[in-house]
Write a protein that binds this ligand. Structure first.
Ligand SMILES: Cc1cc2nc3c(=O)[nH]c(=O)nc-3n(C[C@H](O)[C@H](O)[C@H](O)COP(=O)(O)OP(=O)(O)OC[C@H]3O[C@@H](n4cnc5c(N)ncnc54)[C@H](O)[C@@H]3O)c2cc1C
Length: 382
């Protein structure tokens, strides 16, 4: 059974080295599950060896700067091979993209070359500026501006790979409501990485909170701000970006490929697989099309279901909602087809179902969450 996207041969990074990377990641993926749930250090050195760490780094700093469409293809392929590695890469790439897209030339020259080779690891802790703790009246991280830079106090609730990071791209809110984004050295005085909680899935991502107590960040480490809605400026993708959908598309592809293997011995499964595969093909095409639009529109209010107009179907938020819906249904169909055997810990179906649930909570802006809740309440597309 072929796991690969039909679009892959057109990608600049496609070839024997990338194929053997995918094979290796898929062989090693078991070690990222409990009890080991090891941090994907080995996986990251493979990504470095294959040039994947340069994908979002500008050529001037040693990277390959692939375009948005190729990046989505790459994420999709990596998530088929190993969702945890692909996810950690997206958080690291999010940090690199924020740095690469900022106007601080000194910071870019200092950090981007070692990030590109993998000598440095950076991650993001930005959810408190987008999708986490938005209902609280007090900002999660308070910022005071000084002559030398900024002082940060509070909690960054979610940071993937916090204990392995050299830098965390994070920020906070000033008393006048404006926000800043900085490249925070993880070893700064006043930074404490808290023990990552045990998660339903993706434990190897070592995601936890960090506490900031009077952390002084010099202005030379500033990425943006003080400015309103700092996460809506610059590049790096906001909450619920196409990146998240690409990973969901990859996770769905992996489940469907495994289910197709099962169907070779059980032809009655075809009536379930065929419509899911057709939906997957359309969605994958839509992700790649949307990735070629410089500023795809956000959908406000509508759902962008399968009967929506093409324009509504191609909004970032409707794609995300469709991707979430598909990965949940595809993985659960795979579990149902695997029957009790698939419910045993260690079977790929139980892992796929747990990992798919992550998309319900990862970087989900309110319209995507509302669409998911409507679907749970009424059925898809109503
Ligand atoms: C495995 C994993 C890895 C992640 N990695 C990263 C990362 O590397 N970087 C990053 O920036 N983010 C990361 N995130 C964060 C993610 O993108 C979301 O921001 C996060 O899942 C939002 O959940 P929350 O519990 O913080 O939301 P919150 O909205 O803060 O909800 C927390 C709780 O508050 C209550 N609540 C929510 N809304 C309301 C309301 N309106 N009124 C009253 N009570 C309310 C509910 O009880 C809820 O359970 C990660 C998340 C996970 C699960």
């Amino acid at each position: 059974m072929d796991f690969h996207s039909p679009h892959l041969p057109g990608a600049t990074f496609a070839g024997p080295a990338f194929n053997s990377l995918l094979r290796r990641l898929s062989e090693l993926t078991g070690e990222l599950e409990p009890p080991a749930a090891a941090w994907p250090a080995r996986q990251f050195s493979l990504l470095a060896d294959t040039g994947v760490l340069g994908w979002v780094i500008p050529r001037a700093y040693g990277g390959s700067e692939i375009d948005g469409r190729e990046l989505m293809l790459g994420y999709r392929e990596l998530s088929v091979a190993c969702l945890v590695t692909a996810f950690v890469l997206t958080q690291r790439n999010g940090a690199c993209q924020r740095i690469a897209g900022c106007g601080n030339e000194e910071l870019k020259a200092e950090l981007l070359p070692p990030l590109c080779t993998g000598e440095l690891f950076a991650t993001v802790g930005v959810s408190h500026l987008t999708t986490s703790r938005q209902h609280l009246s007090k900002p999660s991280v308070a910022v005071r501006e000084t002559a030398a830079g900024f002082v940060l106090d509070g909690t960054v609730p979610w940071v993937t790979g916090a204990t392995f990071a050299d830098y965390v791209v994070t920020g906070g809110t000033c008393s006048d409501g404006r926000q800043v984004l900085v490249a925070l050295p993880a070893a700064s005085e006043g930074v404490t990485q808290l023990e990552p909680p045990r998660l339903l899935a993706l434990n190897a991502s070592q995601t936890g909170s960090i506490r900031l107590e009077h952390v002084h960040v010099p202005r030379r480490l500033s990425i943006a701000g003080p400015v309103e809605d700092v996460m809506k400026r610059g590049s790096g993708g906001g909450a619920g970006s196409l990146t998240t959908s690409s990973l969901a598309v990859g996770a769905a592809a992996a489940a469907l490929a495994r289910m197709q293997d099962e169907a070779e011995r059980r032809p009655q499964l075809a009536e379930t697989i065929e419509p899911l595969l057709a939906e997957h093909r359309t969605l994958e095409g839509d992700v790649l099309t949307a990735a070629t639009v410089p500023f795809p529109p956000l959908l406000r209010g509508g759902q962008g279901g399968c009967d929506a107009t093409p324009d509504a179907r191609l909004t970032i938020e409707s794609i995300r909602h469709r991707a979430n819906s598909l990965v949940l249904r595809a993985t659960q169909a795979y579990l149902a087809a695997s029957k009790g055997a698939g419910f045993a810990a260690g079977h790929p179906a139980e892992r796929a179902v747990r990992e798919a649930l992550f998309f319900l909570v990862w970087s989900c802006p309110q319209p995507v969450l509302s669409a998911a809740l409507r679907e749970f309440a009424c059925g898809w597309g109503t």
